[in-house]
Design a protein around this ligand. Structure first.
Ligand code: CTP
Length: 369
């Protein structure tokens, strides 16, 4: 490709996940590009907008896809920011591919469709192998999580992790470098893993890589294990709540705060665990009333739906029986009580009693007889 002023030519290659996923026959969602032989000014002149701070990444003026100048990286010091980065136009495509994590992510495709695959990623795709590209793998601790996530995502294709790659992951874990990862980056990988068809594989790989105690110190791993088939019927937040069900509340709060989990995840996991710790099937109508109000069953029917789906799995009960409890109290309304002269705190108390009565007359397997 020619630059705007025709002084220098540069080449553009499709790289990373887009090439990998196409070779696996999967839909390609994001496309990342690498540009060799260019300087930032050339791309800017053509209307690309620079977005990367640590290294030059540009957004295409029309497609808004990411174009990165080919670069070489060398780790210096701790953490994600401790890299020296060389993105001069002399950096070759092979050099750029060599700094990448896995061979299956280090295949490039030229504009004419030709594949450039110096690290035999296609062979590893054929052999269903997640293998590191070079020893530089250990320079980025996030890769422990990435490999675990790819193992979860590609489990359906029967991918395994190369023994040497697993050893490098263990080396990263025991080096303590995982502590340098920001909570946001850890959460992003975890959330993506929860969306795969084998979310438990993500954790199993992290256990084998000795990373769990560094990443999720507080998490009490469920024993007996959660059923993956059950997880598949649930959304990401519900899956997380299932995985956290054995973690005591205080620990769970610390874990979720440390990970900066979004509220939707946090609340559901807390509600599930606090039911397990503080309530039980067969409670009195009074206790059910208090619980239903504490989880805003009437005001937040959708969140309640999600909660009871999880709790019914954990307690081997039927979601419809939990829904019946909600319906019994949701259909009561305050108008009659107001007509009878109730107001303020007295109205609240009268309503509470009405709700308890409505629950008492229910023929429910969840209620104490
Ligand atoms: N990459 C890497 N090390 C990282 C992050 C990214 O080597 N810690 C490289 C890999 O070559 C990866 C590419 O950058 O394929 C793009 O990264 P990203 O978009 O995060 O992941 P994808 O591999 O595209 O996978 P997906 O989008 O499915 O998560």
């Amino acid at each position: 490709m020619k630059s705007a002023n025709n002084t220098m030519t540069y080449q553009v290659y499709l790289v990373g996940g887009a090439v990998r996923d196409a070779l696996l026959g999967l839909d390609v969602v994001d496309r990342d590009w690498v540009v060799t032989g260019a300087i930032p000014e050339q791309l800017e002149q053509q209307g690309y907008q620079q977005v990367g701070k640590q290294f030059p990444v540009f957004l295409h003026p029309v497609s808004k896809e990411e174009y990165a100048l080919a670069r070489r990286e060398k780790k210096q010091g701790q953490g994600y920011t401790g890299f020296i980065c060389d993105f001069s136009p002399s950096i070759s495509l092979e050099e750029d591919l060599e700094r990448r994590d896995l061979t299956i992510n280090a295949i490039a495709q030229a504009e004419n469709g030709e594949l450039i695959d110096p690290f035999h990623g296609q062979q590893d795709i054929a052999n269903k192998c997640l293998r590191h590209v070079s020893d530089a793998f250990v320079e980025d601790p996030l890769r422990v999580l990435r490999v675990a996530r790819f193992a979860a995502r590609f489990k359906e294709f029967n991918f395994h992790i190369a023994a040497e790659t697993m050893r490098l992951m263990q080396t990263i874990s025991t080096s303590g470098e995982l502590a340098s990862l920001s909570p946001e980056r850890v959460w992003r990988e975890l959330e993506k893993a929860l969306a795969t068809s084998h979310p438990l594989t993500f954790f199993h790989v992290l256990i084998e890589a000795k990373a769990m105690s560094y990443l999720f110190t507080e998490l009490v791993w469920p024993k007996p294990p959660v059923s993956e088939t059950q997880l598949l019927a649930l959304d990401k937040a519900q899956r997380w709540a299932m995985i956290c069900q054995h973690t005591p509340l205080e620990q769970l709060n610390r874990l979720q705060n440390a990970l900066r989990c979004p509220n939707q995840y946090k609340n559901l996991a807390q509600q599930v665990r606090s039911f397990i710790e503080q309530h039980a099937i067969g409670m009195t109508a009074e206790a059910w009333q208090a619980w239903l109000m504490s989880v805003s069953a009437i005001k937040k029917p959708q969140a309640f739906d999600k909660l009871v789906q999880v709790l019914s799995l954990i307690t081997s009960t039927q979601a419809k029986d939990w829904q019946a409890l909600r319906l019994a109290i949701a259909k009561l309304n305050a108008t009659d009580l107001i007509k009878q002269g109730f107001s303020g705190a007295e109205l609240g108390e009268a309503l509470r009693k009405e709700r308890i009565k409505a629950l008492q007359v229910l023929d429910s397997p969840l209620l104490k007889n």
